[in-house]
Design a protein around this ligand. Structure first.
Ligand SMILES: Cc1cc2nc3c(=O)[nH]c(=O)nc-3n(C[C@H](O)[C@H](O)[C@H](O)COP(=O)(O)O)c2cc1C
Length: 458
């Protein structure tokens, strides 16, 4: 059963003793980030910071660990990948409602003041406070198809943000398309605080740009998302969202956005980006403002991406290569740069086709390792074993130079986000097809052998 909204999910965390409320003052400027990092390092609970110097409680750690992700998705650890991959192929369309809790309170005109919200600054070197937990909702300017995504929004002025959308993500594509069509302005909404499934939906990659993300979210929830029209822009938003920022991007006015400590674990420098002006803010009564820590892996950012990205990559790759059995796109690689794929080859060197296909996927991985199905892709020791003893580097490595890269990877070359390139490497760590390989040295039957002197309960 899906969670109705963020509050419903928080209640379930409370019941599981996985939520704490902090009443003492915690500063949104630098202190909240420390608290969230500490909680992450200790596999900690969701935290509600009641006293943060604003009128609104801040909620962090909603994506703090895999257990919370599985709770939000109502899924089991060992079946989540195939479940997620199959579910996104069964869309459930959203439904429109006329009035909605997210519009209980309306703030417009002179009353708009981003300084009144608990938007944190995480690290000393960040250019300012960053709204990283917002879900961006934009529509393809030609087809009107909705995209949900996460993009960094820096609160710069009283009523405007600077933001960064990479050209291979859909908000970036939508903006570039709007500009190419001669549009000077582009409407979008930024939604804060929803049923967490909507956030996991944002991180589905490798689906066509014609995918309506509301229907994907409906599929993962098992029931339709309820939407309401924004008040000042032609965009639909979830009726039960805590906050909605109705924005208008002005391509003709640029602001300096950044630096920010990114998911790569490195600071990205400031650069000129289009301004996003706030036309209105609407929110529920007694709303919760969600915050999300980003920076050197592993943070909430990586937990949030991990399951949806692996599952959608698995879904897309399996359509082309049906004997793929598992994939891992690891948090330490930013859930992007390092991918391991397990497969049973159907013919000689099929693993090399898999590598070439993965290289050209929208994940843009820099390292791709293909292993046989007996290797657990989620266990780095097993992958290292395969790399060590099933690879002849002179034969099994594919290096491709000058391909579009993850633009924020500091080892990439090129100036603008559009120009960034790098090399990418694939390693076929499967055993040669159709040939007898060395026999694995196993102590057969040890797992089922009863040996009470050393039991697993010790
Ligand atoms: C917390 C968070 C912040 C992100 N910030 C950005 C960003 O500022 N710019 C960007 O291009 N991608 C960013 N990403 C990555 C995209 O959100 C992500 O790849 C997403 O799948 C894009 O989906 P879309 O292409 O459907 O919009 C971020 C991801 C997370 C989890």
């Amino acid at each position: 059963m899906a969670f109705y909204d963020l509050r419903d999910f928080l209640e379930s965390c409370r019941k599981e003793n996985d939520l704490i409320e902090v009443d003492r003052y915690v500063d949104v400027n630098l202190e909240m980030g420390k608290a969230l990092k500490k909680s992450y390092a200790n596999n900690g609970p969701v935290i509600i910071f009641r006293n943060n110097g604003t009128d609104y409680p801040a909620v962090g750690g909603v994506f703090g660990n895999r257990k919370k992700a599985l709770r939000a998705l109502n899924a089991q650890n060992n079946t989540v990948l195939p479940w997620f991959a199959e579910t996104i192929d069964r869309p459930i369309a959203p439904v429109m409602v006329k009035s909605a809790p997210c519009q209980e309170i309306i703030i417009e005109g002179e009353d708009v003041d981003l300084g009144k919200f608990p938007i944190p600054k995480f690290s000393e070197l960040d250019g300012g406070p960053y709204l990283t937990a917002g879900i961006s909702i934009s529509k393809d300017p030609e087809t009107g198809i909705a995209d949900l995504g996460h993009y960094r929004f820096q609160a710069i002025g009283k009523d405007y943000f600077g933001f960064m959308a990479q050209p291979f993500h859909r908000l970036g594509k939508n903006c570039n398309k709007a500009k190419a069509l001669g549009m000077k302005k582009f409407e979008m909404a930024l939604v804060v605080g929803t049923d967490p499934v909507l956030a996991y939906t944002c991180q589905v990659q490798n689906v066509p740009d014609t995918t309506d993300d509301w229907s994907l979210a409906g599929a993962l929830r098992g029931q339709p998302v309820e939407l309401v029209k924004c008040r000042t822009i032609d965009v639909e938003v979830p009726a039960t969202a805590e906050f909605v920022f109705e924005l208008e991007i002005d391509f003709e006015t640029e602001v300096s956005e950044g630096p920010l400590g990114e998911y790569t674990g490195y600071m990205t420098p400031a650069s000129e980006r289009p301004i996003a002006r706030v036309k209105a803010i609407t929110h529920r009564k007694d709303p919760y403002f969600q915050v999300l820590l980003t920076g050197k892996p592993v943070t909430e950012n990586h937990i949030l991406k991990n399951i949806p990205l692996e599952a959608s990559f698995y879904n897309a790759m399996k359509k082309q290569f049906p004997t793929i059995t598992d994939v891992a796109v690891t948090p330490s690689g930013g859930v992007q740069l390092y991918a391991v794929i397990a497969m049973k080859q159907r013919y000689a060197n099929e693993a090399r086709h898999v590598i070439l296909s993965a290289m050209s996927s929208n994940v843009r991985p820099k390292w791709i390792v293909v292993v046989d199905p007996d290797i657990n892709v989620h266990d780095s020791a097993e992958v290292e074993w395969a790399l060590s003893f099933r690879v002849d580097p002179g034969r099994d490595v594919i290096l491709v130079n000058n391909v579009p890269s993850a633009p924020l990877d500091p080892s990439s070359h090129g100036d603008s986000l559009q120009e960034k390139t790098n090399s990418t490497i694939g390693i076929d760590a499967t055993m040669p097809f159709g040939k007898l390989y060395a026999t694995v040295a196993e102590v057969a039957g040890w797992e089922d052998y009863s040996f009470p002197e050393i039991s697993s309960e010790r």
